[in-house]
Design a protein around this ligand. Structure first.
Ligand code: NAD
Length: 274
């Protein structure tokens, strides 16, 4: 039997990113158990061949690997460490289970979770992603891993089925730090690209023509290439599908906040305000 058939992956968080990522693990031949707070999301994955679970315990208890794809640090803490009322993943798994968190969260929470897991003899890596819903669907995401060398190597074996680049940023939390730096830049580029296109359209320029001009000029960037904010310019961009599904403003706002918090902790001045 191949490695995939012997590996059960529990996937927790089946939102815009988690659903297509879990779907690619199924296509790769892994046994996948899935869980989300929203039952309809579980049902959609069940129809693709996943085992739909109705509790966190049922999802993770028999898994070799647990992947989480949740909105923010508080959700990752609650799911992995547990709360006053609910058991967390660490209480429900054996110590040979490996944890990969793909959510974008603050580095301190990632380090704290890695440390509690390590005290229990469980390996945890942070592995936030870049590439958006299109990259998650196509299996071309970039993963940015923070953790030990052995954690990076174990994570790569799984993440390579959902993405085409897997980087080792450094120790626990460093994946999140690198991702936050990237999104601070992305947020700025997105806002500036919107302003430039808006100025052109307001002065009767065709947004597709203007985009092509800027793509061959010094304003070229990832947003113009893959995520053009004007409807109809790029077929696969969220703007051409009533702006869904995509990277929600509240998640970008969270990431920019993470960047500002990190800058403050580094005593650096960042020219943005909340
Ligand atoms: P989302 O809000 O669409 O999905 C999050 C899912 O987590 C939801 O379905 C929610 O029901 C589930 N959830 C929350 N708490 C839970 C709990 N306690 N138990 C089980 N399920 C729970 O978010 P998304 O767009 O999929 O993004 C997920 C993460 O990936 C975020 O940290 C985001 O910043 C990051 N990210 C998103 C994109 C993007 O383009 N959407 C790109 C890169 C990174």
């Amino acid at each position: 039997m191949n490695e995939q058939a012997n590996t059960t992956i529990a996937f927790v968080g089946l939102g815009n990113m988690g659903s297509p990522m879990a779907s690619n693990l199924l296509k790769a031949g892994f046994a996948v158990r899935v869980y989300d707070r929203v039952p309809a999301l579980i049902e959609a994955l069940r129809q693709e061949g996943a085992v739909g679970c109705s509790s966190l315990r049922d999802t993770v208890e028999s898994a070799n690997i647990v992947v989480t794809m949740l909105p923010a640090g508080e959700h990752v803490k609650a799911v992995i460490l547990g709360t006053e009322s609910d058991e967390g993943v660490l209480e429900l798994i054996s110590d040979d289970t490996f944890l990969i968190d793909c959510s974008t969260i603050d580095p301190d929470t990632a380090r704290a979770v890695a440390s509690v897991a390590s005290e229990k003899g469980i390996e945890f890596v942070d592995a936030p992603v870049s590439g958006g819903v299109a990259g998650a669907t196509a299996g071309t995401l970039t993963f940015i891993v923070g953790g030990t060398d052995s954690g990076f190597s174990k994570a790569t074996a799984i993440l390579s089925h959902m993405g085409k680049n897997v980087f080792h940023a450094g120790k626990a939390g460093d994946g999140q730090m690198a991702k936050i730096c990237n999104n601070l830049l992305l947020g700025s580029v997105m806002a500036a690209t919107c302003e430039a296109l808006n100025l052109g359209v307001d002065n009767d320029l065709n947004p597709e023509v203007l985009s092509n001009i800027m793509l061959q000029s010094s304003g070229r960037n990832w947003v113009l290439e893959l995520y053009n904010p004007c409807p109809g310019v790029l077929e696969h961009a969220p703007a051409s599908h009533q702006y869904t599904p995509g990277f929600m403003c509240k998640l970008m706002s969270k990431d920019l906040g993470l960047g500002l918090d990190a800058a403050k902790l580094s005593n650096l001045q960042c020219p943005w305000e909340r």
